[in-house]
Design a protein. Sequence first.
Length: 392
Amino acid sequence: MDFDPTPEQRAWREKAREFADEVVKPRAAALDREGRFPYDIVAQMAEEGFLGLTVPEEYGGSGGDFVAYNMVLEEISRADTSVGITLEAHISLGCSPFVAYGTKEQKEHYLGEVIQGGRRLWAFGLTEEEAGTDAGGTRTTARLEDGHWVVNGSKKWITNSGTDITGGVTIIARTGTREYGRPELTAIIVPQDTPGYTRGPSYEKTGWRAADQHPLYFDDCRVPEENTLGERGRGLRQFLATLDGGRVAVGALSVGLAQACFDEAIQRARERKQFGRSISEFQAIQFKLADMAMEIELARNMVLKAAWLKDQGRPFSREASMAKVFASETAKRAADQAVQIWGGEGFMETSAVARYWRQVKINEIGEGTSEINRQIIARSLLQEEGGIPASK
């Protein structure tokens, strides 16, 4: 086994680390406090090639691999998870379905528009009031009428959906009924200025305050039939595959946040004095730091292994869920211990660790809750051993 990054992966990571330290981190506290979307940072990420990192060069992307992308995402998220989730949702959820399932014309049009110059972001519309983890519970409908899809319904908590530079959203909608009453689900491209498509007010959130999330509404929204992404009726399969990649990326985001917690904790331990000496000399504090470092290293390796499997074209769904669950829970524990080491100062909004503590919980929910990911892991293990039949 070779644990060394390739020269290209190393270059991407170092570029992202420099960008995170010089551009993102100095503004993270203000962006969180003001809840302001960082348009200029997104434009700079486009200029650096981050927005199209995994998109093939022939469509205007950077042509990087999935491992490099997760390294970049970790570094950006170490500086600010609002910027991190903006990048993650754009690439993993916005661009990836076009790359995997789009026609040549769709790739040329939409990918070229969303990557070049930071003029556009793209959103991914799956979650509804009764659908998300249960994608089969989708209630948004689309019917064909005179060569157009007529879409009705709503979505919730959709990232990058309401900015001034959002190009549109790819949604999953019920387009019919299959045997045994199961829904036929299809992915449909909805440009931002389509009549009948509107966005609700942005949410008031505990974390990700500088990121963009909105509810979406479709009222007899008409788009051409050629806006179908992939095959009709294959939307669920496509979106589940998309979520596998997204889970790895949220794992990388969590590793970045956990690393930020550790960095603040070890600095505080070195600087703070009690009983006439640095608290870093106390065994209780040393054990906390050691546990944080071990878990972060394990989480990082799990994320990179899952990313490597994807790059090799090998199955990685189980590893994606493992990486996502472990990394997100590692970040939660790291945030809690960082606040503990900071003491009373860590409870103040003036500290970075208080911001991290607020931000960390969503990582256990987005891209599949810890509960559903544990179910995916367990079902995979049991099916492999012949313990339970595959669900229909």
